[in-house]
Design a protein around this ligand. Structure first.
Ligand SMILES: CC(C)(COP(=O)(O)OP(=O)(O)OC[C@H]1O[C@@H](n2cnc3c(N)ncnc32)[C@H](O)[C@@H]1OP(=O)(O)O)[C@@H](O)C(=O)NCCC(=O)NCCS
Length: 157
């Protein structure tokens, strides 16, 4: 599996992935215009020419916001989400970003488990943040670890 920056030619497959993973998929038009923004960071996970996951963020000052993390159902629980978030953390370290925010559906315990592994903690909640179905969004934040801390973690047995 390869994790790489997304490109415009990925958009049709990313749109299909959005449609399979979310009840409120982003349109191709919005995906394309977001990808062109200077402060966006998109990652594509690809296996044998098929896009199986993607991550979509924007950053401003020292903060990054995660908008989407999605993996096709048949590729889940194989570490694709973890690989994309690991690459995103490296990007944050390279850019000197300090903190990362995201919203997640209150009922989405699977995603919350994944995020907590990367140090995300709940810092707030937004009632009615989601539609279709209406649901509270939990606001989660993680501090970007220093590269030295990440290296020390890798050395631990
Ligand atoms: C959330 C999502 C991105 C996880 O992707 P993934 O590639 O399956 O994640 P990983 O394989 O790296 O899983 C890492 C850890 O997350 C947790 N996790 C992920 N999916 C889980 C599940 N179905 N049940 C329980 N724990 C789960 C586990 O702790 C898992 O580690 P483990 O497999 O060693 O137990 C994927 O399930 C998805 O696309 N869901 C639909 C879209 C979505 O909800 N996105 C998040 C919106 S905020």
């Amino acid at each position: 599996m390869e994790i790489r920056p997304s490109k415009e030619s990925d958009i049709p497959q990313i749109f299909l992935l959005e449609s399979r993973c979310f009840s409120d998929p982003w349109s191709q038009k919005i995906l394309r215009s977001t990808l062109r923004e200077e402060d966006c960071f998109f990652l594509t996970a690809e296996e044998n020419g098929r896009i199986c996951g993607y991550l979509n963020t924007t950053h401003i000052l020292d903060e990054l916001s995660i908008h989407r993390v999605a993996v096709l159902p048949e590729y889940r629980r194989k570490g694709v989400g973890t690989a994309m978030l690991t690459r995103m953390m490296e990007f944050c370290q390279d850019k000197g970003l300090k903190q990362i925010f995201l919203e997640v559906r209150q009922s989405n315990l699977n995603a919350q488990r994944l995020y907590s592994r990367f140090g995300f903690e709940q810092v707030g909640e937004r009632p009615h943040f989601y539609q279709n179905p209406d649901e509270t969004g939990l606001v989660m934040r993680a501090w970007v670890p220093s590269p030295a801390d990440t290296a020390a973690e890798k050395e631990e047995p």
